[in-house]
Design a protein around this ligand. Structure first.
Ligand SMILES: [Zn+2]
Length: 571
């Protein structure tokens, strides 16, 4: 007798269940968005194939559980993606500048051409950044704004003119460079804060409501292209709640998003943070799902990644570390108390061990009063966290969400502090101690969102420029690296029991890969893409020989959008 008819069967595959290392099966059956069974091709077809079952032959390819970026700025990038020229994956400065020129030609007057992160000079063969002169020459007649990592931006002459910036333009904590005659050169530096860069970015072209919805869908699809099926939005600067969440919320309600999204709330106004959290805690329910078509499709997760402005340590490795003000503890404590009291999970941005030490003092003080008692909380980034601090994190049952920011900043870190003698962040140490670790990119303003670049970092310890940043003996094996990107990240939204493995009862979120991650050379991992991505048991992305399974793709708007011409990540 047949056990149960599946909605979908994928067979003739090498399926990593991720239950343990080297645990592979041939076939998988899916029903109602969940994994129904796994096994041999023969047994799965015999037992679960009915007349309405969609059957896909994976032609021997490798399948993994869908990837999960536990720290990405998806909601914000969704509002902007179609308006950005992305240099992610571009191999030469020559090509990057050609793209800039081409994009300027098709950009209507009055519209900004902008490159917002996702690149550095070490990815280019030329191993250098463009000069402001080259940018002015490439685009003399339209405004251009290019941001570089955390600390620098390029504003062309036309851009200076449009904004009306002069030598008297000042932004606190930032520098607008002047030449000898006192004229602005167009180069901006974040010194203590990136205020000049992000305020300027805020003055550039914004998409219309309709374009923002389209942009969010295009960015969603771009993430599906790399096998991502879940993201956790860490909120971010200038991402206001609820105004900037409405586009994603509406798409979620209509079942149009093909990523499971968990999101956080980040107070934006210095001095008003506690008030904001008091209001949010009173008005919102944690984990309420607003995606009407998919479990855990769009849910509010908690507070963070910034809780108070005074606790934000600026991760700019072009400049020395900045000491947090002595008001930090007094600002942070009432917010932590509020969150713990109301059982609101939280995440907190912290780059340096020096900051983490002081934050842990606050957590321990609150814990003595109102026990954390298993409340989910974690630090984000934690590049220079110490073993002693990790011990304290463990005691409070916290976790760490790590990102591959050093892939982009390793060379700069070395210049400032010398080569690290240990892994940074110390992921192996965290795992040894049994601390939950999620993996992510922190995309899109600094790093790319391409998860395969981040996996490359985990398994090689190299930078994007190929420099060996960690000692080689500190790299992770492929299974462990992938586990961080699946189950590890699922912990960060409390979903480790339903996501991250392809075993009976888990979410049917998976990707057929272009190459066998488990056997190809570590450096080749950078080139992997998904050929077919399944979310909630449905094919949401397909290409190449699987293209016939692809759902229809909405056309990119506006007509001048760089995404229409280049897509996202360049191969
Ligand atoms: Zn952060």
């Amino acid at each position: 007798m047949r056990a149960q008819n599946a909605d979908l069967i994928i067979h003739n595959a090498k399926i990593a269940t991720m239950e343990k290392a080297s645990d592979f099966v041939e076939a998988i059956a899916v029903k109602n968005g969940l994994v129904l069974a796994t096994g041999t091709t023969k047994s799965i077809l015999n037992n679960y194939k009915g007349t309405t079952t969609r059957v896909i032959d994976a032609t021997g390819k490798t399948i993994i559980p869908g990837l999960n970026d536990s720290h990405i700025h998806f909601i914000r990038e969704g509002l902007n993606y179609n308006a950005e020229l992305r240099w992610d994956g571009v191999k030469t400065l020559k090509r990057a500048m050609e793209m800039l020129r081409e994009q300027a030609e098709r950009t209507p007057p009055g519209v900004w051409i902008k490159v917002v992160g996702g690149w550095n000079e070490f990815q280019f063969e030329e191993k250098r950044q463009p000069t402001i002169e080259e940018i002015n020459e490439a685009v003399p007649d339209k405004p251009v704004f290019i941001t570089y990592l955390y600390g620098k931006a390029f504003l062309n002459k036309k851009g200076i003119e449009v904004l009306g910036y002069t030598k008297d333009t000042h932004y606190e904590g930032s520098l607008l460079e002047q030449d000898k005659s006192g004229k602005l050169t167009g180069i901006m530096y974040a010194k203590e804060t990136p205020k000049a860069i992000y305020t300027t970015l805020g003055l550039t072209t914004k998409l219309s409501a309709k374009e923002r919805a389209n942009s969010s869908l295009q960015f969603n699809r771009e993430l599906n292209r790399f096998g991502l099926t879940s993201v956790i939005d860490a909120a971010g600067g200038s991402q206001n709640y609820p105004a900037d969440y409405i586009t994603a919320l509406e798409l979620a309600k209509q079942g149009k998003l093909s990523l499971r999204i968990s999101y956080y709330l980040f107070a934006q106004q210095k001095g008003k943070e506690l008030q904001d959290y008091e209001q949010w805690v009173a008005e919102n329910h944690i984990n309420k799902n607003d995606n009407l078509f998919m479990a855990n499709g769009y849910s509010m997760e908690g507070a963070g990644e910034n809780l108070v402005a005074s606790a934000a340590d600026f991760e700019n490795f072009l400049e020395p570390r900045i000491e947090l003000s002595h008001e930090m503890e007094a600002d942070l404590e009432p917010i932590i108390r509020l969150l713990v009291k109301n059982r609101w999970p939280f995440r907190l941005h912290a780059t340096y061990g020096e900051s983490i030490d002081r934050m842990l003092d606050v957590f321990e003080k609150v814990n003595a009063e109102i026990p954390f008692n298993g409340l989910r909380w974690f630090f984000d980034h934690a590049e220079t966290i110490t073993p002693q601090q990790l011990q304290r994190v463990k005691k409070l049952q916290g976790g760490i969400a790590v990102q591959f920011r050093m892939y982009y900043q390793g060379e700069l870190y070395n210049r400032m502090y010398g080569a690290p003698i240990t892994q940074l962040p110390p992921i192996k140490k965290m795992l040894e101690m049994g601390i939950p670790v999620g993996m992510g990119t922190d995309a899109t303003r600094i790093s790319t969102y391409n998860p395969w670049m981040a996996l490359h970092w985990l398994i090689t310890g190299k930078t994007i420029g190929g420099m060996q940043f960690w000692p080689k003996d500190q790299v992770l094996d492929k299974y462990t690296a992938l586990k961080l990107y699946t189950s590890g990240s699922a912990w960060c939204s409390g979903e480790e029991k339903v996501k991250g493995k392809l075993t009976k009862g888990m979410y049917a979120d998976m990707a057929i890969l272009s190459d066998d991650y488990f056997t190809i050379a570590p450096d080749a991992v950078r080139g992997i893409e998904s050929l077919l991505t399944v979310v909630n048991g449905k094919v949401v992305y397909a290409k190449g020989s699987f293209e016939k399974y692809s759902p229809p793709v909405p056309e990119v708007i506006p007509a001048w959008s760089p995404v229409k011409y280049y897509g996202g990540y360049q191969k």
